[in-house]
Structures are given as C-alpha cells and as structure tokens.
Design a protein around this ligand. Structure first.
Ligand SMILES: Cc1ncc(COP(=O)(O)O)c(C=O)c1O
Length: 428
C-alpha cells in the first residue's frame, strides 16, 4: 500500500508533494519518519504549532481530561472546560491588555472565524461591501475567498466572488506611495465606484501573501479612515496571532483597537482545531443560534488552549524568548544575504514570522528543496512563492534553530552557484 496516498487521496493534496516522506512521530520542533529520519520543522503546521508538536505541558492536561471522561463534544453547551478557557482567556489575555471583547466560537477552522467576522460586520452595518487588501489571504470558503487576493484560490471556487473591493496593501504601489491615500480618496469621492463598506479586513503581517508587515503608521491611518467613515476594522490574526510576531496579538503596540479579531491555528496550542471571533460588545447582535455549527465546542481544544495560555502567557518570559529567537533569525538571515552574491535578497516579516525574499520563485523553490534534502521542512509564500518562510515553533530549542538556519544558509549558497544572478535580479 505504498502509494495509497497517490492512488486514493485527491489531487488537491499539497504540502505532502514537497515533503514526500511519511511521518510517524513528532516532538516539539522535530518530525520523525517511519524509517527514523529526523526532520527539523520550520513549517509548524503553517503556524498552528507555535508551542511545538505534542508539547508535554499541554499533553498532560489533555490526557488527564480524556482519562476523566470529560465531555469532548458538547455543541455549544456549558462545560467546565469551556468555562476554564473563558476565565483564562479573559483574565490572562484580554484583561491584561485592557481589551474588552465578547467571544464567539464558530466552527473550528480559520475560515469559519473569517466567515463569522464578515457576517457580523454586514449584519451590524446593513452594508454588503468589504474592503480587503492585495496579497491578503483569509481562507478557502466562499466569503473568505472573496476577500482573498490570490487568483489561485479565487479561481478554485469556480463562482463569482462579490461584495469585496480590493485596496493596495502597504508597499503594493512601491515604497514611496502611501496606499492609505488611495483608500481615503476612493472612500471620500462618491463617484469612485466603491460602495461604502461594512468593514475593512486585514492581516498586520500577510502570511500567505509574502510576509508583508504593515507599519504602525499605516495601520493607524487605516484605522482612522475606518473611524471617519464608520467602517468596522477586522484584524485577521489567525496566522500572525498567538505569539507569532512576538506578542499574543500581532496588533499589540500598534496603537489600534480592532472592532473584530479572528484567531485560530495556534489557539488550542496542540494542533487541535479551534477558532474564535472577538467582537466589541455592542457588535454582538446575534439572535440565539443564528450562526451555527456542530463543532463549536471542542472541549479538548478548550483544555489544551487553557493549558497553553497558563503556561506561556501568565508573564512576559515567553515574549522575551521569542524576541531573542527573532533577533537570532534576523541576524542570521542578514548574514546569508550579505554572503550570497544574489544581489537583492531581503528580509521580510516580523517576530518569528519571518522570511528570506529571494525575489524569484524558482530560486526559492530550489532553496526549500535543498533544505528538505538536508532534513529541514520549510515552505514558501508570496505571489510567486518567492519567500522562504520561516515559521519554526516558538518553542524551538536554540540549537535546532541554529541547525535549521545553517541548512538554509548552505542551501542558499548552493543555489546561488547554480542560478545566474541576472535571473534572480530579473524578477522584482
Ligand atoms: C490569515 C489567515 N486567515 C485565515 C486562514 C484560514 O484558516 P483555515 O485554513 O484554518 O481555514 C489562514 C490560513 O492559512 C490564514 O493564514
């Protein structure tokens, strides 16, 4: 049954094509195959395993809960596990940041949270249009795909995707253009053709779109425009949240206060499906059961999420560790850039959501393929998959982090020898 995946699993499968080995076990920053080969994981479930694979501290709580016959599935009924999660989330995450939100648990994936956020904004304002940004990625169901820029995913829906207006993200029109001027003009001028939107949805660091990290100034200007025109601001923190950029929320310290926030991926801390939507209190206009879903109350995920919050967010020690590792990656990437003769590589992203922009998808593909040969799992992102994207678990050991960075360095220098710099320079 060696080829069972190829034979029976749909062509839609994707990550496994770049990493065609079979994994049996996983621990923190390592994945181990059936043959016993050890891979360092710089993909971390596309940002779902911020606390690593099978984190012991979380696992103990999960196993204890299963042993105790705690309800695993509970629709949205009250359970002790949900109560404990809410207590922890409100006291350790929200209250410490002076944030006041109501919490909604939609279906367990990121795209469920985005669909919910869009629905709330449209329901509250009675408007249909939503502004989203070039290179934004928000999921593959229809509402989320409609606010996603990448044509690969848009075409995949095979239907028209209405009620969205795209605006240029920061940097999309070159470094000298403040794209919020474009947005402001389009909203101010009643002949621009842009219908007044219910909401603006954005990622503060665009994960799939190429690690474009918005500046504080740009985010504040977007928020000011939202306030001026009475538009709700949605921050999709599904990939950038839960510590990935250095703080629990990626917009912390940016001086903005989103009306709605979506979280998923690393929220449960253990790779268990879970998502939530935070909304300012006055936006909670739902009628009971009006937005529904069978898997809204995944109690095992609540247990794991509570454990992760208690373990990592009760004080600032974890944030300090992330800052140290971010700096290590950044300076190592700078060394790689300085020592390669490829011309115009650059670093993109923020915190431990950071990548090496190779400016050329073929180059980046060769780099990640060589990394895989050296037992490092790392993916790419960006319009042409030109960014080598480092999403190592935040809990990665310093030695494995250094080992992975060495592998990237060796791979880049190997590819630099085989590809002409002109080719690298030609795609900008
Ligand atoms: C920013 C962002 N929003 C939404 C999603 C969709 O999440 P899911 O794949 O769980 O539906 C993703 C997934 O990568 C994402 O990065």
């Amino acid at each position: 049954m060696k080829n069972i995946f190829k034979k029976y699993e749909s062509n839609v499968r994707s990550y496994c094509r770049n990493f065609p080995v079979k994994f049996k076990t996983a621990k923190n920053d390592q994945l181990i195959t059936t043959e016993g080969d050890v891979y360092t994981d710089f993909l971390a479930g596309a940002g779902t395993l911020n606390y690593g694979h099978n984190n012991n501290k979380i696992k103990r709580k999960v196993l204890k809960y299963i042993e105790s016959d705690g309800p695993i599935h509970g629709l949205d009924m009250y359970t002790e596990a949900k109560e404990e999660f809410l207590i922890n989330f409100v006291s350790t995450i929200l209250n410490k940041r002076n944030m006041k939100y109501k919490v909604q648990f939609p279906g367990p994936t990121g795209t469920n949270a985005v669909e919910t956020a869009l629905k709330i904004a449209r329901k509250v304002t009675g408007r249909k249009n939503v502004i989203s940004f070039t290179n934004g990625f928000h999921g593959c169901t229809l509402g989320s795909a409609a606010v996603t820029g990448n044509s690969h995913f848009r075409v995949g829906t095979a239907v028209s995707l209405p009620d969205t207006t795209f605006m240029p993200y920061e940097g999309f029109l070159g470094k000298d253009v403040d794209t919020t001027d474009v947005m402001l003009k389009m909203l101010e001028d009643s002949s621009s053709g842009v219908d007044k939107p219910a909401a603006v949805i954005l990622e503060t660091v665009q994960g799939e779109g190429g690690l474009n990290a918005a500046s504080k100034k740009w985010l504040q200007r977007v928020e000011r425009i939202c306030r001026k025109f009475d538009i709700l601001l949605i921050v999709d923190d599904i990939q950038a949240g839960c510590g990935r950029t250095g703080k629990f929320f990626s917009f912390e310290g940016m001086g903005i206060s989103p009306d709605i926030v979506t979280l998923s991926k690393s929220l449960s801390g253990y790779g268990l499906p879970m998502s939530l939507v935070l909304m300012k209190e006055e936006l909670d206009v739902w009628k009971p059961g009006e937005h529904n879903g069978t898997f809204r109350g995944h109690n095992l995920a609540f247990v794991a999420a509570s454990a992760a919050i208690k373990e990592y967010w009760s004080d600032d020690r974890f944030e300090l560790k992330i800052a140290k590792k971010s700096q290590l990656i950044r300076s190592r990437f700078q060394e790689i850039i300085d020592s390669s003769n490829s011309g115009n590589m650059r670093i993109k992203g923020r915190g431990m959501m950071i990548g090496l922009d190779c400016r050329n998808g073929d180059f980046a593909e060769k780099v990640t393929a060589r990394c895989f040969k050296r037992n490092l799992i790392i993916e790419r992102s960006g319009t042409n998959d030109e960014i080598v994207k480092c999403l190592a678990p935040l809990t990665i050991t310093e030695s494995n982090l250094k080992k992975g960075l060495d592998i990237i360095s060796e791979s880049v220098s190997e590819v630099s020898k085989t590809m002409k710099p002109e080719k690298i320079l030609s795609v900008v």
